[in-house]
Design a protein around this ligand. Structure first.
Ligand SMILES: *Cc1c(COP(=O)(O)O)cnc(C)c1O
Length: 385
């Protein structure tokens, strides 16, 4: 036996394509079109130039400075950047986003992108003895981890309007007893639940059942569930620097949860890799959290550009969901999803098409800069008469 049976049965995630043959405008992986803040660039340069010896030493295994900076960021913006209020260097949460307690560093766990964080969270809180619940159409990495860890899953169809079927998810979770995960706002549908909807859901569930809420896109207009941590001990919130913090290349994801749950995930991490976050990522992540005005502005720009492109798609006759994220999920009555994807690619733009039955009519378009989107408008004008 050269290869383990475990590996033979793997079904890995397929990321948005990254072709090398031609330079495309990439609107297919929900990356942020803006570079990290100039202060992040400077912090990384200073670190490499002035402390090269630190590149030869192990990084802080507890990432203390970074965890403090993340907690501070969440307290300042309330967990939703695009609505935060900026006054010079000061940032305050919008009144509806204010967290009614102080997020502390011991409520934060960080890892190499939220994908890695999610994998440890799956390992820590889901088990092969009970099915966990997730929406039928959601982040396609969840089923990959289910396969990897051999955890049975229970996929709940979405409602007709593509929103999550909260009642059905909850009743199945109660039956299975294996926990629940969803992205909020969800991907690839771009729709979110309100915090109150999530609150009602957790309230009705057993306190022994874990709730994992993936907030990868919440900064672009969703409602964060961080305030619910005061009320529920069985809630884990997963977030990332890859979308709203312009940091997909630095691989930085984190959870916000009560310290007991943070400790459990830390135990899993320390059983795999004691030093998962590299020193440069710790420096750049810390610098990003300390320059919130920049990220409030870029998140707002993305949200404005999104709403403008949403209106354009409607005018062009698309069926398009009202996005709270940095992407739009749309289909057109006169052109199939894969055809639209191919035509757009010929014009030098990459968008995402899923061959998944049920959503194959759709394309998912990441929101780029206003310039990139006006380029895409011209292409759509040409393709769709
Ligand atoms: C992009 C994304 C992630 C992964 O983010 P990384 O931190 O880059 O690993 C996780 N969850 C959802 C729903 C995403 O869209």
């Amino acid at each position: 036996m050269l290869i383990s049976n475990r590996v033979k049965n793997l079904n890995p995630y397929v990321p948005g394509e990254q072709p090398k043959d031609r330079v495309y405008i990439k609107l297919n992986a929900n990356e942020n079109p803006y570079a990290p803040s100039p202060k992040v660039q400077k912090a990384v340069m200073d670190f490499v130039q002035n402390h090269p010896e630190k590149l030869g030493l192990y990084p802080d295994p507890d990432s203390l400075e970074l965890h403090a900076a993340i907690a501070d960021m969440l307290n300042k913006c309330g967990g939703v950047l695009c609505r935060a209020q900026v006054n010079g260097d000061e940032v305050q949460p919008a009144p509806e986003d204010k967290i009614p307690f102080t997020v502390t560093p011991d409520m934060i766990y960080t890892g190499n992108g939220s994908d890695e964080v999610l994998s440890f969270v799956f390992y820590a809180f889901f088990d092969s003895s009970a099915k966990f619940v997730m929406p039928q159409f959601t982040y396609s990495f969840y089923p990959v981890y289910a396969g990897f860890y051999n955890i049975p899953m229970d996929q709940v169809p979405l409602k007709e309007d593509w929103s999550l079927d909260v009642d059905e998810m909850l009743s199945r979770a109660g039956r299975n007893g294996g926990g629940i995960i969803f992205a909020n706002p969800n991907a690839p549908t771009s729709l979110g639940l309100t915090r109150e909807q999530v609150r009602q859901m957790i309230k009705k569930a057993s306190p022994d059942e874990i709730f994992i809420v993936d907030e990868a896109y919440v900064d672009f207009g969703g409602e964060s569930c961080i305030p619910l941590l005061a009320e529920f001990k069985n809630l884990v919130i997963v977030r990332t620097f890859s979308k709203s913090l312009c940091g997909a290349g630095q691989r930085l994801g984190y959870i916000v949860a009560n310290p007991e749950l943070v400790n459990i995930v830390t135990t899993v991490k320390n059983s795999v890799n004691h030093f998962p976050l590299d020193a440069v990522a710790q420096v750049s992540g810390t610098a990003a959290c300390r320059d919130l005005p920049y990220y409030v502005e870029t998140s707002r720009k993305v949200a404005e550009t999104r709403d403008d492109f949403y209106n354009f798609l409607k005018e062009k006759g698309f069926y398009v969901l009202k996005s709270q994220t940095n992407f739009l999920f749309a289909r057109h009555p006169s052109i199939a999803g894969d055809e639209l994807y191919k035509s757009v690619k010929e014009h030098g733009y990459l968008i995402r098409h899923f061959n998944t039955p049920g959503i194959e009519e759709f394309v998912r378009i990441t929101v780029g800069t206003a310039e990139q989107m006006s380029g895409l408008k011209k292409i759509f004008e040409e393709i769709i008469q």
